[in-house]
Design a protein around this ligand. Structure first.
Ligand code: ZN
Length: 251
């Protein structure tokens, strides 16, 4: 089975469309949350996400934008985007976002999906040390996570007492790129597909991953998209300008 793994779309329709056009054939879609917040197309993106599949975990922006949680932990710019998004979302999409499940979920026997981390849906897993302690206690050999907007992840292998971060090895910083990571049978992995709609790893291209359960591999993808069009919509909506500028920086 081939599973498209997407996360942190953040209401960026141009980025989502580019990813879906570039995505190889797949059987299912796992969505790791933050469907909305920041971008200018929350309804269109929510509707597209709903058409793609049924496997979701909620993100912190999905919670805040649908009123499940307060904006206490949000910076002023993110908070303004939450208020704007709440007003724009249709009643139906608001309800859908409100009903999204708390992670972790296990859509397959050996696969866990979370937004932040298995122990806390809002935790940012950026550092190797915290990733290794999470992996040591992981319920599944493969955990897909988002929230940091940084493509890559971490692995440990108890059989060889080794561990590491997954380095992105793209041939070029331009155009469509992909590379495949073969998962070792004895290893445990935390895999971040990257952010579709607001990358923060210095690469402005939209990010996603494809998990092939037969080959036991994950293929990371980067795809250019019409950043200028997404930015124009953010300016036109009166959303904070920083939300548009950061898209071209990939920060
Ligand atoms: Zn996010």
């Amino acid at each position: 089975m081939r599973i498209l793994i997407i996360s942190d779309i953040h209401a960026n329709l141009e980025a989502l469309d580019a990813c879906l056009q570039a995505a190889p054939a797949h059987d299912r879609v796992f969505n790791l949350g933050d469907i909305v917040g920041y971008g200018a197309n929350p309804n269109e993106v929510t509707e597209r996400a709903r058409q793609l599949g049924t496997v979701f975990v909620r993100g912190n922006h999905d919670k805040a934008c649908s009123g499940v949680s307060s904006m206490e932990d949000f910076n002023p710019i993110a908070g303004l985007a939450v208020l704007w998004t709440r007003q724009k979302l249709t009643a139906d999409n608001l309800q859908f976002l409100r009903d999204l499940p708390h992670g972790p979920i296990m859509p397959l026997e050996n696969v866990e999906c979370v937004h932040g981390s298995p122990r806390d849906e809002d935790e940012y897993v950026l550092m190797r040390r915290e990733a290794y302690s999470l992996l040591a206690h992981a319920d599944a050999p493969v955990t897909f996570f988002g929230h940091t907007h940084v493509q890559g992840g971490f692995w440990i292998d108890d059989s060889t007492e080794s561990e590491g971060a997954i380095e992105m090895k793209y041939a070029s910083a331009e155009g469509k790129q992909q590379f495949t990571l073969k998962l070792a049978g004895a290893g445990k992995y935390m895999i971040n597909p990257g952010s579709v709609g607001q990358p923060r790893d210095g690469d402005p291209r939209a990010a996603f991953a494809l998990y092939d359960t037969d080959k036991n591999s994950v293929t990371y993808h980067r795809v250019p998209y019409d950043v200028a069009a997404a930015q124009e919509k953010i300016f036109a909506a009166g959303l904070p300008e920083r939300l548009a500028i950061r898209l071209e920086e990939g920060r």
